[in-house]
Design a protein around this ligand. Structure first.
Ligand code: ZN
Ligand code: ZN
Length: 421
């Protein structure tokens, strides 16, 4: 068993006094504080070289830390060892008859997994095992790809954080949490990745959430847009007035918020001055007649101004937007949700929008809780995956935090994605 010292846990009863000592007197740096609701404790991490001191402050009288202090007073509480594979470490200890407090790992701070060894088995020391969360690398740069005679640019409108459970529907957190570790509020980071297709015309597919929302909205969805669509377009060398057509996969705010913007006078206007905007006729119908279940996602200011400005084109299933670029109805997520197929010189790319929101959704039953018709999503995914593998579609993942596009591979019944961008 390989382990290194991760941190020392110190129970404190007077936080300001403790901070005065560790920070001011010893000159150490307080890095971050985090509430761990399940333990009724607030942890303050103080950097000490390779390891950390974790000051533990009880947030309720029945907190384990409060009870510890009651019995023994403030002081050293536990020693935490970092292990690469906590399941393997627990199995190793169980096999040797070591008494454990946690037989199975549970969620710790910062998306880590933790388990405690009983002090009676560790000569009076409470030992924590900790497997740190794998870092989600949030990839934001422009990805460029040539598809036959077309040029594709994957762009970024920044990131949003959504509830992990809602993103994976019936899939338990024990499974999705390993692939996309959540924060303390159980949220996972998601990209917003519009796509430019350049051929005889310049097409923009979806446009991220845009910048019309207020601070409360930004906070609720954890918007991170220091780098956004304008930066991304500039990096790709495309001016907003070069965009001829803007296409919507569907009208949810995280896809079409960037269709409109506020002008100097505060009026909401189309954001791409020369573009026609293409929307499916029945998706438009649904978005403009929202109900309790979808109302939060359909914000009129993102699309109604397009109609007012006379730049809206409503189309049907299978509509050809430009030679080689077509709507294909997937349904499922919304009744008329579209994926966009892009074909040139015998090669096919597919912008899958909320059908495969991330590369972690390639397994057929990994379907978002947000989907209105999950059984429709399932039947579309089943048929689509076969096609995508056989015909080597390049798949664009609009919400993936760290990958813009890849090929779907299947070997011995196991699916994976070979990253391209
Ligand atoms: Zn959606
Ligand atoms: Zn979405």
């Amino acid at each position: 068993m390989k382990a290194i010292l991760d941190h020392l846990g110190i129970a404190v009863s007077d936080l300001p006094a403790s901070l005065a000592f560790f920070q001011d007197t010893l000159g150490l740096q307080l890095e971050v504080s985090e509430e761990i609701a399940s333990q009724r404790v607030r942890a303050h991490f103080i950097s000490a070289g390779q390891s950390t001191l974790e000051l533990l402050e009880a947030t309720a009288p029945d907190s384990p830390i409060a009870r510890f202090i009651e019995k023994r007073g403030p002081g050293l509480h536990h020693v935490a060892l970092r292990v690469p594979d906590i399941e393997a470490a627990l199995a190793h200890l169980k096999a040797r008859g070591i008494r454990l407090i946690d037989e199975r790992p549970r969620a710790g701070a910062e998306g880590s997994l933790v388990a405690f060894i009983h002090p009676s088995a560790a000569h009076g020391v409470l030992v924590e095992l900790k497997q740190p969360a794998p870092k989600v690398d949030k990839f934001k740069t422009v990805g460029r790809h040539t598809l036959g005679e077309l040029e594709l640019f994957s762009l970024s409108d920044g990131f949003l954080w959504l509830d992990g459970g809602a993103m994976f529907g019936v899939v338990p957190r024990a499974l999705w949490g390993k692939r996309l570790p959540p924060d303390d509020a159980n949220r996972i980071p998601l990209g917003m990745r519009p796509l430019i297709v350049r051929g005889e015309k310049t097409i923009l597919i979806d446009a991220g959430c845009g910048d019309k929302s207020d601070a409360k909205f930004a906070e609720m969805y954890g918007l991170e847009r220091a780098y956004h669509l304008d930066h991304s377009l500039a990096e790709a060398g495309i001016a907003p007035d070069e965009v001829d057509i803007v296409v919507a996969s569907h009208l949810h705010f995280d896809h079409v918020g960037g269709f409109t913007a506020r002008d100097a006078g505060g009026r909401v206007v189309p954001r791409f001055p020369r573009a026609q905007y293409v929307v499916h006729r029945l998706e438009w119908q649904d978005a403009t007649h929202a109900h309790e279940r979808n109302r939060a996602s359909y914000l009129a200011e993102n699309f109604v101004p397009l109609q007012d400005a006379g730049v809206l084109t409503l189309v049907e299933d299978g509509a050809e937007i430009m030679r080689g670029v077509k709507y294909r109805r997937s349904g499922g997520h919304t009744a008329h949700h579209q994926v966009i197929t892009i074909e040139s010189a015998g090669r096919t790319a597919v912008f899958t929008a909320d059908m495969y929101p991330t590369s972690r959704h390639i397994s057929d039953p990994w379907i978002m809780g947000y989907d209105l018709y999950p059984m429709d999503t399932l039947s579309f995914k089943r048929a689509f995956a076969h096609e995508a593998v056989e015909r080597e579609y390049l798949i664009f993942f609009e919400h993936d935090p760290s990958m813009a596009a890849g090929y779907l591979r299947e070997k011995d019944g196991k699916r994976s994605v070979e990253r391209v961008i």
